[in-house]
Design a protein around this ligand. Structure first.
Ligand SMILES: O=P(O)(O)OC[C@H]1O[C@H](O[C@H]2O[C@H](CO)[C@@H](O)[C@H](O)[C@H]2O)[C@H](O)[C@@H](O)[C@@H]1O
Length: 247
């Protein structure tokens, strides 16, 4: 697809972070942000009347650090936290993760290649460096989550994450779409992971469009081959929209 053909000044743009804006890295803290990314996002934000938001599994403060000095409206931890366009933060209720933490710490003590990420209201267990442990990690997380009221399990790219049941990327997008400057626009969501499928379904239900980055089955109607291509297409769309506004 050519993003330029689908992104109009009347769109609202929602963007996943890992695997969409940046390439997947061996470890969560090893992602590289190409220097042209934030300027392109800032230009798009300007052309789309401010209606550009990041919808990530990461905490908002991490996304801010990667995109600095740009601070976009953002949803973090799969929608458990959200910063609207005025800068106001909404935090969803969280639930005890004591059992999940016990289980992942015990697993990681036995398998040092596993990586635990603790966020507000969520714990992610990464097995990218120990893919042979996938089944064991999933089984352990499923059992721990089953003993943790209010908590659900979300699977992503080489990661299993316990998060509040009420949080989802779809609900975060819906919340943005009720507010200025997003309300009344046609939503486009670009993402790459299973965790983004609910976001694709949400925007398409709202007569918008989901764009899946990379391979794998998806409900999204459009597709981009890779994060590198996604960045190029965002840059091209930013330039085209800026040129249209100037003409
Ligand atoms: O919703 P996203 O913005 O795509 O965030 C999803 C998760 O991304 C991170 O983990 C993933 O990316 C890492 C860096 O490329 C990779 O090492 C890991 O295997 C992936 O699962 C992040 O660490 C998680 O907190 C996010 O939930």
């Amino acid at each position: 697809m050519n993003l330029v053909d689908f992104l109009f000044p009347s769109c609202a743009l929602f963007l996943d972070f890992d695997g969409t804006l940046v390439d997947i890295a061996p470890q969560p803290d090893e992602v590289l942000v190409p220097s042209g990314l934030s300027p392109a996002l800032e230009s798009l934000q300007h052309s789309l009347g401010g209606a550009v938001a990041i919808i990530s599994g990461r905490p908002i403060e991490q996304v801010d650090a990667y995109l600095a000095p740009l601070r976009l409206p953002s949803a973090g931890v799969h929608g458990a936290e959200r910063r609207d366009a005025s800068g106001e933060i909404t935090l969803l209720s969280t639930y005890s993760l004591e059992r999940v933490e016990e289980v992942v710490q015990a697993l990681a003590a036995r398998h040092p290649d596993l990586r635990i990420e603790i966020k507000r209201g969520s714990i992610a267990l990464h097995y990218r460096q120990a893919p042979q442990l996938e089944a064991e990690c999933i089984a352990a997380m499923e059992a721990a989550v089953a003993q943790s009221p209010g908590v659900t399990l979300l699977r992503g790219k080489m990661v299993a994450e316990a998060k509040p049941g009420g949080a989802s990327k779809g609900l975060a997008i819906e919340a943005f779409m009720k507010e200025a400057p997003f309300a009344g626009r046609s939503p486009v969501f670009i993402g790459d992971d299973i965790t983004d499928e609910v976001g694709f379904a949400t925007v398409q239900r709202m007569h918008g469009m989901g764009v899946k980055v990379g391979a794998g089955t998806s409900v999204a109607w459009q597709r981009l081959p890779s994060p590198a291509d996604c960045r190029l297409q965002l840059q091209a769309a930013a330039a085209a929209l800026a040129a249209k506004a100037a003409s």
